[in-house]
Design a protein around this ligand. Structure first.
Ligand code: LLP
Length: 424
């Protein structure tokens, strides 16, 4: 693991003492490990290759769209999965060509579709007859045929948190399995569409084993056979993302298990497959550093108030997500533990990172790290309570660099305008 405890320097990320970053850059600060990103990308690549799959990896930029992160993954050969024009611009700016990028999402605006087509997008994942009509009209107007895969909702339960499950019939995502064949046939008849395959994504943070994946991909394979029997062209299958990571004590499936499941279900089709992993690559590659503002002893409850809050790391408030929390100082690692609630300074009870967590005594000024914060961390931040966005740092071996300076209060005000009737 990229995190280790050094007897003198405390918690290190790769070779860099995190306390040094906290001192020099301040807190709260996100820190990403380039080495971890590379290692995890390569492990996934090796698992897919090892299963004998012809597969492309399209990193889900929504998990972490930092230019530094995207560049590290680009250098490893990653393509991208984007869900907005903004993400497409970000991945292209990091050198990931549109020709290696898939554009997913339930509501692509006409300008976003136009941008994707003008840039030569690899694949647009469409989800409804209405969207297919819109894409066809735009593409025809531009004199091109849009490469469209149909996102199918396989109606399986991925066994994950209700807010991040996507492959059940009641979710807003994808077209119902029963309607997909007819829509695919319809796409082939539209002037602006080149039907190229089918796609699915059943949820995120999947740790319940391979059963849901297996069920979903088996349904896709059956659909591909049906489409082919009807004489419809299918060039590839997009397997989505969702592979979970152990935040606490979950047993997350290994990428080899996913590769084996893809091989077992879709392998017989002789088609290339695509994967859209976000969390599995970026989650374990990042931490959020914070300082203890004060330790407050309530009646029978100890509160550790940090200078990071729900506006920085939203996952605990939004999903009751569990993140490991460690002190950076080596001395605090040896100290006795007692239960504490770790909270942020935002004016909401929901601004709580952990309850009854076994923590040492942490006086004001002590640093802590929230673990596994590389995915769905900084990207979900806001400036609630007029709290500027935290700084972002990348570590690579013995080096580190600020890859996004901390926002200033001045930055927040500079984005605002007053109507002339309120101007002084
Ligand atoms: N592909 C599609 C179409 C998706 O909707 C997603 C994630 C992914 C790929 C990447 O999934 P991953 O491999 O990262 O699980 N904010 C939530 C997670 C939302 C995931 C949304 N879709 C969280 O913090 O847990």
């Amino acid at each position: 693991p990229a995190l280790s405890l050094h007897a003198h320097d405390g918690l290190l990320l790769e070779e860099v003492p995190l306390a040094r970053i906290a001192r020099e850059v301040g807190t709260p600060t996100w820190v990403y490990s380039a080495g971890t990103l590379r290692r995890r990308y390569r492990a996934l690549r090796a698992a897919l290759d090892g299963a004998g799959l012809e597969a492309t990896i399209h990193y889900a930029a929504k998990a972490n769209d930092s230019q530094a992160v995207l560049r590290v993954l680009r250098a490893e050969g990653a393509g991208a999965d984007v869900v907005s024009g903004g993400e497409l611009r970000a991945t292209m700016a990091a050198g990931i060509p549109a020709a290696a990028t898939v554009f997913s999402g339930v509501g692509k605006a006409p300008e976003e579709i136009r941008l994707a087509l003008a840039e030569g997008i690899f694949q647009l994942n469409a989800e409804s007859v209405e969207e297919v009509a819109m894409i066809s009209a735009i593409a025809a107007g531009m004199g091109v045929r849009a490469p469209v895969a149909l996102r199918v909702n396989p109606d399986v339960d991925a066994g994950t948190h209700a807010k991040i499950t996507t492959g059940k019939a009641e979710n807003k995502f994808g077209i119902a399995y029963e309607d997909a064949h007819a829509l695919y046939a319809h796409m082939a008849a539209l002037p602006g569409i080149r039907p190229i395959g089918i796609a699915t994504h059943i949820g995120s943070q999947i740790t319940a084993g391979m059963a849901a994946y297996h069920a979903a991909y088996a349904r896709l394979a059956e659909m591909v056979r049906g489409l082919r029997a009807a004489g419809l062209p299918v060039e590839r299958v997009d397997c989505g993302g969702g592979l979970g990571i152990p935040y606490r004590d979950e047993v997350a499936p290994a990428p080899e298990a996913l590769a084996g499941t893809i091989k077992a279900t879709l392998g017989g089709l002789g088609l290339p497959v695509m994967l859209e992993p976000g969390r599995w690559i970026a989650g374990p590659a990042g931490v959020l550093l914070a300082s203890i503002v004060l330790q407050k002893q309530g009646r029978g409850r100890r509160f550790l108030v940090a200078d990071a809050a729900m506006n920085d790391l939203l996952r605990p408030s939004l999903y009751e997500a569990w993140h490991g929390i460690l002190p950076l100082s080596p001395a605090r690692h040896a100290a006795p533990l007692a239960p504490a609630d770790i909270v942020g300074p935002v004016c909401e009870s929901g601004d709580t990172f952990a309850r009854d967590r076994a923590m040492p005594d942490l006086p004001p000024g002590e640093f802590i790290a929230f673990l596994d914060a590389g995915a769905y961390g900084a990207v979900m931040s806001s400036t609630y309570n007029a709290r500027p966005l935290a700084a972002e740092v990348m570590v690579d071996g013995t080096r580190f660099a600020v890859v996004r300076p901390r926002q200033t209060h001045q930055d927040l005000l500079a984005q605002q305008r007053l109507p002339e009737w309120l101007a002084p």
